[in-house]
Design a binder for this molecule. Structure first.
Ligand SMILES: [Zn+2]
Length: 477
C-alpha cells in the first residue's frame, strides 16, 4: 500500500517543525531569560516589602481570600508578580537545610550564608556588611519597619551584627549607634529600664531618651505617628510584638500600611541620595507557627495594603525599586481536600476546601495566640468553650483535641506551639486548611520586583544572590 500523507499527518509535521523552531528561539534567548549581571538602570530608592514566613502558598491564599471575601485584587500577586520580575530563592543556611529568620535575613542582607540564629556574622565569625550599612555608607537614608520587635531577626539581619539573635539589649544598643533614620515596630521592652512600665533592661538605661537626645521624634501610638513631621523617627507601639490584625487596638497600634506611609514621608525628606526602606509584616510568620489560618489571612491583607502604599510612592517617584519577598515558608501551609469525618474513606465523604470553608475562616474574630493568653497557664474547659462559642462561630472541638488542650499535650514532635496548633487542627478539620508543622520549611522564597533593577531578581536563584544584587543596586555599580 502506497503511503499517503493524511491531513492529520501533515498537520503534525508542521507542528513539529514549528516546535523545533520555537526551541531554537528559546535556546537563543536563554541569556536574557536568566537574570542579567548588570541592571539596565540603578534605582535611587529601594523599598523592600517583606512578609516573614510567606512563600507561594501563602501568597496565593492572600490572592484567593482577598478576591472572595473582600472582593478586592491582591496587588502583591495581581500587580507585582504579574507585571514585574518574578523569581524564587533557595533558603538553606550554612549549618542545615531548614533556615530560621536570622540566617535567611542575613543571606538576603549581606550575600553570605550564615548559621541559623546568627545576625550577619558568618560561621567563621566574620561580620559581613549589611544592606543598611552599605546604604548608609553610600549617603542614603535608611529605615526599618516591622510588626515584630524592632530588634527581631529580620530588621536586625538587614542592619546589625550578632552571634545570636537573642541578644536583644545588645541589638538595641547597636541601633542607637547605627542611627537608622526611621525605626518602627514593637519591642519597647529592651529600650526601657526594668522597673518602668514594660521595661526589661538590666543596665538601667533609657534608650528612647537617648534617641530623643539625638534629635529623633518619638511616636508611641497611632495618633503620634500620624502627627509626626520629623525626618528622623523612632516609633515603638508595643512592649513586645505588635498585635495580630484580629486583636489590634487601632488607637494604640498603627497598621503596617500606616507605618509604611509614615516611614516614606520621613525618608523622602532631605534625601538627595535616596533611601533604602525595609517594611516587614512578621505576623504572617507568627500566624504560621501558630497554625492560625484566619490570622494569616488578615496579616496578608494588612501586608498587601502596605504594598499599595509602596506602589503609590513608586508611581510618584519612578526611580524607586519595589521588591516584595519573604525569607522562608512557615507552617507547611496546606489547604487541601480531606474527609469530613473518619466514618469511611469513600470519596463521597470528602470535601475540597472552597468558598464556603473560607467564609468560616472569615467569621473568626480572635487569633489563636490571644486564645492562649485568655486560657492562661491552666486551661479550663469552661473558658475554652466560651471563647470558641464567641469567637469561632460554627466550629466544633472534637474530644481528642479538647482533651489535649486541657491536659496541655501535643500530638507530634514538630507541633510545639500549644494550644494554638491543636486549635489550628480544629479549624483544619472543618475547613481543609491543614498545616504540616509549627516550624519552617525549605519551600523556596518568592521574590517579585518592579522598577529600576527589577530584572536582577528574575529566575531561580539563591538567597545570597538576592543579597549580592541588593548591594550592587545600593552601590550603583
Ligand atoms: Zn518563624
Amino acid at each position: 500500500m502506497q503511503y499517503q500523507e493524511s491531513g492529520r499527518h501533515s498537520f503534525m509535521r508542521k507542528w513539529l517543525a514549528a516546535l523545533a523552531g520555537l526551541t531554537l528561539a528559546l535556546a537563543g534567548c536563554s541569556s536574557t531569560a536568566s537574570s542579567p549581571a548588570e541592571p539596565a538602570q540603578y534605582p535611587k530608592n529601594i523599598i523592600i516589602m517583606f512578609a516573614d514566613g510567606a512563600s507561594s502558598t501563602q501568597w496565593d491564599f492572600g490572592r484567593y481570600s482577598s478576591t472572595v471575601l473582600r472582593n478586592q485584587p491582591f496587588v502583591t500577586t495581581d500587580v507585582v508578580f504579574k507585571e514585574g520580575s518574578l523569581g524564587l530563592l533557595s533558603t538553606h543556611p550554612s549549618d542545615a537545610y531548614v533556615v530560621d529568620s536570622a540566617a535567611a535575613g542575613s543571606a538576603m542582607s549581606t550575600g553570605f550564608k550564615v548559621n541559623n540564629a546568627a545576625i550577619a556574622v558568618t560561621r567563621d565569625g566574620k561580620s559581613v556588611p549589611t544592606a543598611m550599612e552599605v546604604a548608609k555608607a553610600k549617603g542614603k537614608r535608611i529605615g526599618l519597619v516591622t510588626t515584630a520587635t524592632v530588634y527581631d531577626a529580620t530588621p536586625a539581619a538587614f542592619s546589625l551584627h550578632a552571634l545570636s539573635r537573642r541578644d536583644s539589649p545588645g541589638l538595641v544598643d547597636q541601633y542607637l549607634a547605627l542611627e537608622p533614620d526611621v525605626l518602627m515596630g514593637g519591642g519597647s521592652d529592651y529600650f526601657l529600664p526594668g522597673g518602668t512600665s514594660g521595661g526589661k533592661r538590666k543596665d538601667g538605661k533609657d534608650i528612647i531618651a537617648a534617641f530623643r537626645a539625638k534629635g529623633y521624634q518619638i511616636a508611641r501610638n497611632t495618633a503620634e505617628l500620624k502627627a509626626a513631621t520629623s525626618a528622623r523617627l523612632l516609633g515603638l507601639f508595643a512592649d513586645e510584638d505588635m498585635a495580630f490584625e484580629l486583636d489590634r487596638d487601632p488607637a494604640r497600634e498603627p497598621t503596617t500600611a500606616e507605618m509604611a506611609a509614615a516611614a516614606l514621608r520621613a525618608l523622602s525628606r532631605d534625601s538627595p541620595n535616596g533611601f533604602v526602606l525595609l517594611v516587614e509584616n512578621e505576623n504572617v510568620d507568627t500566624a504560621g507557627h501558630a497554625n492560625d489560618a484566619a490570622s494569616l489571612m488578615h496579616a496578608l491583607w494588612a501586608f498587601d495594603e502596605a504594598v499599595k502604599v509602596a506602589l503609590d510612592f513608586q508611581r510618584r517617584m519612578p526611580d524607586t525599586l519595589v521588591i516584595i519577598t519573604g525569607d522562608h515558608e512557615t507552617g507547611g501551609f496546606s489547604p487541601t481536600y480531606a474527609l469530613k469525618d473518619l466514618s469511611t474513606l469513600s470519596s463521597k465523604n470528602r470535601f475540597y476546601t472552597g468558598d464556603e470553608q473560607l467564609r468560616m475562616l472569615g467569621r473568626i474574630t480572635m487569633s489563636l495566640n490571644r486564645v492562649k493568653e485568655e486560657l492562661g497557664r491552666k486551661p479550663s474547659g469552661e473558658v475554652l468553650d466560651k471563647l470558641l462559642a464567641e469567637h469561632f462561630p460554627g466550629f466544633r472541638l472534637d474530644p481528642d483535641l479538647r482533651e489535649l488542650i486541657i491536659n496541655q499535650g501535643t500530638r507530634e514532635r514538630n507541633f510545639t506551639y500549644l494550644p494554638q496548633n491543636l486549635l489550628g487542627r480544629m479549624v483544619a478539620r472543618q475547613t481543609g486548611y491543614y498545616w504540616g508543622t509549627s516550624g519552617h520549611t525549605p519551600e523556596p522564597a518568592v521574590v517579585g520586583a518592579m522598577g529600576p533593577g527589577a530584572e536582577l531578581f528574575r529566575g531561580y536563584q539563591d538567597n545570597t544572590d538576592f543579597g549580592r544584587h541588593l548591594h550592587r543596586l545600593i552601590q550603583g555599580k
